[in-house]
Design a protein around this ligand. Structure first.
Ligand SMILES: [Fe+2]
Length: 490
């Protein structure tokens, strides 16, 4: 084994009872390189690329109330090639992280606090937040792009070494949201942002050369809280869901989210390089969608798959510790009840058709990214751990036959959003591996677990033991080695 502690980041965080700063969400402040790790089983020789997970790790004692999405972004990477696996983890050196390191304390209040308590001007549609770059991560143009769900600058890092390349240069003034989409067929990156000022949303396209090539307003009726987008070969799909900050309270700088069941959901179908006048809006049943799975075109229809929330504004949780009832309800999929759903937008008639694809509570789905925006067959969703923002297992769907298979991580074991790693020389869409980081609260350690995606079984192909137990977090991604090397040699 070869494990090197690279750095221990100074922290002012004090012990506390916060449910999302303890247990599987206990933050870590150490940065490691693990070049030779203990492996249970054998690392496959036909897996080539990087599995990257973003996590929230608060470093400074919070100003007032802490929300788990306030934590500083830390990336964990497991890179695979020739039957070998290497691990690294680093904080994203955001401007906010660095300023707080210099101050030795928190400078920004978080999402659950009064923005007026922030000591410095902040980022995010909410305003006055620290851009912690802790939500999402993609690999584009040979580099990682980590992003913040409330909109931030976007940070670039090397996918293998985690060398920091700072903020992304083309980021517009309103920043970029989490869930930029990489079209692996064209090398383009599609993104959006949102804000509290008109036109409230923009959409943009960045080329495979990492230059901004398109940027347009997507006018909305008011401030909205979009979290994800989708794309097909020819269109981007944006949204206007009836879940947004109460406009009257917002005038007093109070950010209280309300679900307006009396309004319709609206989806914007925008030609990929189109203008605002080319946007076509489609109406659908009221809901909120945190994450989409994929979209594609078929005949006259644009087909969109995602997780339809049955209760976007849940009642407070009965089981939460006092003071955390509302926060824990919004972090619990059992309360929000997202279900795999299909929308069909008919470009000829302007009509929408909807159907439920599965009645189980599922979210955080991934696909083989080579099929992003194209007709696809297989999806891999995460199973929620009731009461918590944690994942117990995975469900594979064959969307053609309707069959599905489940894999559970085991007692006290919580995984991350998986990445689909296509097998080198793959011959079909599901010919590959599912990779996840599992935090095992009983063994008090974390592992990178690799499953066969074609025939999912609870017996993994291999388990790679990480140098330390890592915190749970939000999103992860897979970057294919060949594509990274090709982009880096350009
Ligand atoms: Fe997300």
């Amino acid at each position: 084994m070869s494990i090197e502690l690279i750095n221990r980041v100074p922290s002012s965080l004090r012990p506390n009872e916060h449910p999302y700063m303890n247990g599987a969400w206990t933050p870590t402040h150490e940065e490691y390189d693990g070049t030779e790790l203990e492996v249970i089983g054998q690392v496959p020789t036909d897996i080539d690329g990087v599995y990257v997970r973003n996590t929230e790790n608060p470093v400074q004692d919070p100003i007032g109330r802490y929300h788990p999405f306030d934590g500083d972004g830390m990336l964990h990477v497991m890179s695979f090639r020739d039957g070998k696996a290497q691990y690294r983890n680093r904080f994203v050196r955001t401007k906010g992280f660095q300023a707080e390191q210099e101050a030795g304390r928190a400078l920004w209040a978080g999402l659950a606090e009064n923005p007026a308590l922030s000591e410095r001007p902040g980022w995010g549609a909410h305003g006055s937040l620290k851009d912690s770059s802790s939500t999402d991560v993609v690999v584009h143009a040979g580099k990682i792009l980590s992003t913040f769900y409330q909109c931030g600058e976007g940070y670039r890092l090397d996918p293998y070494t985690l060398e920091q390349h700072g903020t992304e240069g083309w980021t517009p003034i309103d920043g970029i949201s989490a869930h930029c989409k990489v079209d692996e067929a064209t090398g383009e990156l599609l993104f959006f942002n949102y804000s509290k000022h008109a036109p409230y949303m923009h959409y943009g396209v960045v080329g495979p050369d990492n230059r901004l090539k398109h940027y347009i307003p997507v006018p909305l009726p008011g401030p909205r809280l979009p979290h994800d987008m989708a794309f097909t070969e020819n269109y981007a799909i944006l949204n206007d869901f009836p879940l947004f900050w109460d406009p009257e309270l917002l005038k007093r700088n109070m950010h209280v989210v309300r679900f307006r069941r009396d309004l319709r959901s609206r989806f914007a179908v925008v030609p990929r390089n189109g203008q605002p006048e080319d946007i076509r809006w489609f109406e659908a049943d009221p809901t909120f969608v945190l994450h989409f799975l994929n979209a594609y075109e078929e005949g006259d229809e644009v087909i969109l798959d995602g997780y339809f929330e049955e209760d976007p504004e849940p009642k407070s949780s009965n089981s939460a510790p006092p003071g955390f009832e509302r926060m824990m309800a919004y972090l619990d999929q059992e309360m929000i009840r997202p279900k795999l759903h299909r929308w069909r937008f008919n470009l000829k008639t302007g009509q929408t058709r909807e159907e439920r694809l599965d009645d189980r509570i599922l979210e955080f789905g991934v696909i083989n990214n080579q099929y992003g925006g194209r007709k696809y067959r297989y999806a891999y969703s995460a199973i929620n751990h009731p009461g918590w923002f944690l994942f117990d297992g995975l469900v594979k769907h064959d969307l053609e036959t309707g069959e599905s298979w489940s894999v559970r991580f085991g007692e006290g074991r919580y995984g991350s959003e998986p990445g689909f790693a296509p097998r080198v020389g793959a011959t079909s869409e599901d010919d590959g591996y599912l990779v996840t980081f599992v935090t095992d609260m009983i063994a008090d350690r974390s592992e990178c677990v690799v499953y066969d995606a074609k025939t999912p079984s609870e017996e993994p192909v291999c388990r790679i033991i990480l140098p330390a137990r890592i915190s749970s977090g939000t999103h992860a991604t897979w970057g294919q080695g060949e594509a990274i090397r090709a982009a880096q040699s350009r």
